[in-house]
Design a protein. Structure first.
Length: 94
């Protein structure tokens, strides 16, 4: 699997597994949340600029393939004010 495909899969896995919501990931990446419409589809093909921004955002929250964060007690989640509620997404802490 090439590096681009790996980053696409990493983005999809982070969202599918509930580590970050699409909206929160877009905010962290500095892109519009509408940019991620369809990002869970098999044929999703983001621009290089979008994928670079998403990769940086995932690095920022410490999400890497094969390293899972399963609860809101994670230091990474707390550092970024994220509380994992379920596999469906996350919310900002008050």
């Amino acid at each position: 699997m090439d590096a681009i495909t790996k980053e696409i899969r990493r983005t999809q896995q982070a969202i599918r597994d509930g580590h970050v919501s699409q909206r929160e990931l877009a905010r962290l990446a500095g892109i519009r949340d509408t940019t991620l419409v369809g990002c869970l589809d098999d044929g999703w093909n983001p621009t290089a600029r979008t994928l670079t921004a998403l990769s940086s955002a995932l690095d920022q929250i410490g999400f890497f393939i094969n390293r899972h964060r399963n609860d809101s007690d994670s230091p990474v989640a707390a550092q970024h004010g994220v509380q994992i509620q379920s596999a469906a997404g996350c919310v900002r802490k008050g």
